[in-house]
Design a protein around this ligand. Structure first.
Ligand code: G6P
Ligand code: ZN
Length: 583
């Protein structure tokens, strides 16, 4: 057995190692500065309780982006030096974020061991490569991201760090082959267990969904399917699940070989960045004569986000979670005994609220960010949840889950088409969504993003909107002067959330203007931008009348958009006459 020694290395703090809820995200060039990565990893070990480090089993893997392989070797050596007993690594260092969550919750090692946490190496949907982003995030024993108490501690540690520990003489571990390698250190044995990246996750998916019925759908000549992995880690799971398990042809997969630089693209599943898929589904300015597939989907770099498309049809993420919730009990075996509750983030449209009301389900509106759902799930209060930012998931893990969302939609399609697979006309994605609107009404929805706005200007705009809220009659007077076509504001506030589980209060979670007819305007500053400020404006209008649910959403929303822009004095404050992105 190869023996290793522990080296104590002296170091000095770096500024700015504050992890957000999605971990520490910086340019690769920042991470590769001397001791930078090591400082952060040691600060994380020091923030955990001793039993989660000494003698513990931890997972290390990620979306395969540039610098991951080097970071994995560093973390293995530092884990060994800090007394960790075992490190579990997905083959080639690949594990999607949802798969990491599944591995922590489900995987049992050869010796009966279980993981107590994970370093996930990803910057999610941000581009990758030597000049792009890298990230490290730590997830806890429940499979979810470290809570603020831990990330705050990590940050404090990074500001005072003086030393880190590393097994410099531990040989480079081959992470391309499935195997367990054992080493001997001052505190006893240390193992690196390289395992198949997909099998635990596939097993979990098979326990949730009826694979046989999805297989029947996929093999029906009248059905066709396309999945875009955007060169991220989702490709590894797509091959295993859609092709090997469910029998879809290889040709239905686009960009499903994970690449360190995501093929130079932006691995974010939306109508702007998933260009190939969008064209293939007959959306956008495609000149292709081919008939688009019935169903299309994409996931982001680390496979926790998703986008769902039908033939020439875009499903908004807000509608997607509502439709999954409405059909879950019938179409997905995991939910057959009922939903414990449902939840959405505040800026997500109220489509889910209407479903919850109809089905008499517990409902929660939480601030933006998956951690709030995690708390509800740990307390058994929530089964299905989603966000407008292309995140959908359930309590099977404690992360959002792109492949799960695709399987949920395939399950609904399989369920609705049980009798149609022998050549009858299929119920399409568009039919399902339109049917949903006919039953529950439609929430027209759009988001305007103003990226890289001067931070001071963005704060002033927000302060102005808060000040305006002190007089609703004044607000309504201004609105009447802008447009007579919208109803009146009946409530306005800054969203605040009291977590029903731990009682913690989150303030300043976005500014809301709620209208009498159910319409909403929401203004929020993004928490994930890296340059300047990003203002997000969410515009939503509820239409109950089934004869009016078929309009183009930008058209239907144009009066409210005008009100939002003029009421907020968007151009005056930001100098922008148009948003950077409209979704
Ligand atoms: C990440 C989180 C999501 C959240 C999103 C919001 O993706 O995982 O839970 O919805 O960020 O981003 P924003 O830029 O709007 O703060
Ligand atoms: Zn992601």
């Amino acid at each position: 057995m190869v023996m290793f020694h522990v080296t104590r290395v002296e170091t000095k703090p770096y500024e700015g190692q504050k992890p957000g809820t999605s971990g520490l995200r910086k340019k690769v060039k920042v991470f590769t500065q001397p001791h930078y990565t090591e400082n952060f990893v040691q600060s994380t070990f020091n923030a955990l309780s001793t039993d989660k480090v000494r003698g513990a089993t931890i997972v290390v893997s990620g979306d395969g982006r540039y610098f991951s392989k080097d970071a994995i070797q560093i973390i293995i050596k530092m884990a060994a030096a800090n007394g960790v007993r075992r490190v579990w690594v997905g083959q080639n260092g690949l594990l999607s974020t949802p798969a990491v969550s599944a591995v922590i919750r489900e995987r049992v090692g050869h010796d009966g061991s279980r993981a107590t946490g994970a370093f996930i190496l990803t910057a999610s949907h941000n581009p990758g490569g030597p000049n792009e982003d890298f990230g490290i995030k730590y997830n806890m024993e429940n499979g979810g991201p470290a809570p603020e108490a831990i990330t705050d501690k990590i940050y404090e540690n990074t500001k005072t760090i003086k030393e880190y520990f590393i097994a410099e003489d531990l040989p480079h571990v081959d992470i391309s082959a499935i195997d367990v390698t054992s080493f001997g250190g001052p505190e006893g044995p240390f193992d690196v267990d390289v395992f198949d990246s997909a099998s635990d996750y596939v097993k979990l998916m098979k326990s949730i969904f009826d694979f046989q019925s999805i297989q029947k759908l996929l093999s029906s000549p009248s059905f066709s399917f396309c999945f875009d992995g955007l060169h991220g880690v989702a490709g590894a799971y797509a091959k295993r699940i859609f092709v090997e398990e469910l029998g879809a042809p290889e040709s239905s997969l686009l960009n499903c070989t994970p690449k360190e630089d995501f093929g130079g693209g932006h691995p974010d599943p939306n109508l702007t960045y998933a260009k190939e898929l969008v064209a293939c589904m007959g959306l956008g300015k495609s000149n292709s004569q081919d008939e688009p597939p019935e169903f299309g989907a994409a996931a982001d770099g680390d496979a926790d986000r998703n986008m769902i498309l039908g033939k020439r049809f875009f499903v908004t993420p807000s509608d997607s979670v509502a439709i999954i919730a409405a059909n879950a009990v019938e179409a997905i075996p995991y939910f057959s005994s009922g939903l414990k509750g449902v939840a959405r983030s505040m800026p997500t449209s109220a489509a889910l609220d209407v479903v919850a009301k109809h089905l008499n389900l517990k409902f929660f509106e939480v601030p933006t960010g998956w951690k709030f759902f995690g708390n509800l799930m740990d307390a058994g209060l929530c089964s299905v949840c989603g966000e407008e930012s292309f995140g959908t998931g359930s309590d099977h893990i404690r992360e959002k889950d792109g492949i799960w969302a695709v399987l949920a939609w395939l399950s609904i399609l399989a369920h609705k088409n049980k009798e149609n697979l022998d050549g009858k006309k299929l119920v399409s994605v568009g039919d399902i969504v339109r049917q949903h609107w006919a039953t529950y009404g439609r929430h027209y929805y759009t988001r305007y993003d103003y990226e890289n706005v001067d931070s001071g200007a963005a704060k002033e705009l927000m302060a102005y909107l808060i000040k305006l809220q002190s007089s609703l009659s004044e607000v309504n007077k201004i609105i009447k002067g802008i447009c007579s076509d919208v109803s009146k504001v009946v409530h306005a506030d800054e969203f605040e959330y009291k977590d029903p589980v731990d009682g913690s209060i989150s303030k300043h979670q976005g500014i809301r203007y709620l209208f009498e007819d159910g319409s909403r305007l929401v203004f929020r500053l993004s928490g994930t931008g890296s340059e300047g400020a990003t203002i997000r404006l969410y515009i939503e209008q509820y239409e109950k009348d089934p004869s009016k649910t078929g309009k183009d959403s930008q058209e239907a929303l144009s009066p409210l958009v005008e009100v939002a822009l003029k009421l907020s004095k968007m151009e005056e404050f930001t100098g922008r006459s148009a948003p950077t992105v409209i979704t």
